[in-house]
Design a protein around this ligand. Structure first.
Ligand code: HAM
Length: 417
């Protein structure tokens, strides 16, 4: 048996974990500013929840779900995205009856059986939000502005935001008919995939890498929006411009999931090659009702953590790296004192790796330097006699004798570094 992580998955370790953690921290602090509360939903849900929410003919439902049956023959899928579970929670707990607005965020792994490539995994991680009860364009704009703030807080400021409106259940069918007429005239020159999509979701044909460029004179949805959708879209754009968001209006942006209405958007990085979408989302005013809840307007997004982590310029410092120390007892008798000092340092917010005795001092010091430690606290026979530790600053190599009880204060007094 070869031991290997499943295709399209990987272990996160070392610096990458630190970056995931920094991103999560940046996002949490921004969500707090916008007053979103965290929701944790199960990693699997009934398969039908996803097929009804995302659409039977979406790529995700058609070919990318990890679906299994339990012993009772119920069919479940690993969640391919977060919106469906949050909407299920909203309906199940009758949150619409509370009135007003509800705002949630979530962080966690998602699963799609896609063809793996750089930036595209079968287990990947999203941070997202869902905002229920606000029908106006301000909610869409605030969502986009919030995402931009998360990206910048994490150190990514090089992005553009593609935006479009895909109308609503009143105006979209008219556009779909016009587009279908246009496509039918050209069906012979289209790929088999596009001819199939024409029947299920003609708007996605414009998305096709092969056929899209051939269809430059296709009708665009913006010309078919009804008055309400048009006003909504114009205000959305204006609010984003006011906020200085780098916009790119893309009338062909349709999104691969079926639940969207009106505003859709995608954050794109110039540094990521083919998988350049950092984050995406939009409004979905019909989904709560489609799943059996009361009609409730909603807007949300999800960002791909894996992609943000690789798009961040290398060398971006972790803004709140704690001071690190290593406490080294030279022999067993020094261990109780070493543990006491380690505890007092941790109580002051200094990171101290678990103490152990018996390895060569030289190796321990070298390892401490490798792991980014700023200080080494050494306790041997002499130190026990004088009740003071040898405290070594690992950046400038200076060493001084410091009374055991004063070690945390000594490190703090030198600014931790
Ligand atoms: P999505 O566009 O399918 O939307 O995914 C959002 C983001 O997740 C993408 O922009 C990308 O960064 C990341 N992503 C998607 N698939 C993969 C993958 N296989 N590997 C790595 N990263 C990936 C949604 O999931 C919607 N639920 C967003 C939303 C929330 N709309 C409304 N509310």
């Amino acid at each position: 048996m070869t031991l290997q992580a499943p295709k399209g998955t990987r272990d996160l370790s070392g610096a990458e974990v630190a970056s995931f953690w920094a991103l999560e921290k940046a996002a949490r602090s921004v969500f707090e500013l916008y007053q979103f509360e965290e929701l944790r939903t199960p990693i699997f849900e009934s398969a039908e929840l996803f097929s009804r929410s995302l659409g039977e003919t979406s790529d995700v439902v058609e070919k990318e779900m990890f679906t299994f049956t339990d012993r009772g023959e119920r069919t479940f899928s690993l969640r391919p995205e977060g919106t469906a579970g949050v909407v299920r929670h909203f309906i199940e707990n009758n949150l619409a009856s509370k009135g007003g607005v509800q705002r949630f965020f979530y962080i966690g792994p998602m699963f799609r059986a896609e063809r793996p490539q750089a930036g595209r995994y079968r287990q990947f991680y999203q941070i997202g939000s869902e905002y229920f009860g606000a029908a106006d364009a301000a909610a869409d704009a605030e969502t986009v502005i919030m995402i931009a703030q998360i990206l910048r807080a994490f150190g990514i400021s090089d992005f553009t935001v593609q935006v479009n409106s895909i109308g609503d259940s009143e105006c979209r069918p008219r556009y779909r008919d016009a587009l279908l007429m246009y496509l039918e005239k050209r069906a012979d020159s289209l790929s088999e995939e596009s001819r199939r999509r024409m029947k299920t979701n003609p708007m996605r044909v414009l998305d096709s890498k092969v056929d899209g460029p051939k269809l430059s004179d296709a009708p665009i949805i913006l010309d078919y929006l009804n008055d309400d959708c048009r006003r909504h879209h114009e205000l959305f754009l204006q609010l984003l411009r006011d906020a200085g968001i780098p916009l790119h209006e893309n009338p062909r942006l349709v999104r691969g999931l079926d639940y969207y209405t009106r505003s859709v958007f995608e954050f794109v990085s110039p540094h990521l090659g083919a998988q350049s979408a950092l984050a995406a989302g939009g409004r979905y005013d019909d989904l709560v009702a489609l799943l059996g809840g009361p009609k409730t307007p909603a807007v949300g997004f999800a960002l791909g953590m894996d992609r943000l982590v690789s798009a961040r310029p290398t060398g971006t410092p972790h803004n709140s790296m704690p001071t690190k120390a290593v406490v080294i007892p030279f022999m067993a008798e020094a261990v109780p004192t070493a543990l006491r000092i380690a505890r007092s340092l941790r109580a002051e917010g200094v990171a101290v790796a678990p103490v152990s005795v018996g390895k060569k001092l030289k190796n321990q010091l070298a390892h401490a330097v490798d792991s980014g430690a700023n200080w080494a606290i050494l306790i041997g026979e002499d130190e026990l006699k004088t009740n003071s530790a040898s405290v070594k600053n690992l950046s400038n190599r200076e060493q001084s004798a410091v009374a055991f009880d004063d070690v945390p204060a000594h490190i703090k007094a030198s600014g931790g570094r």
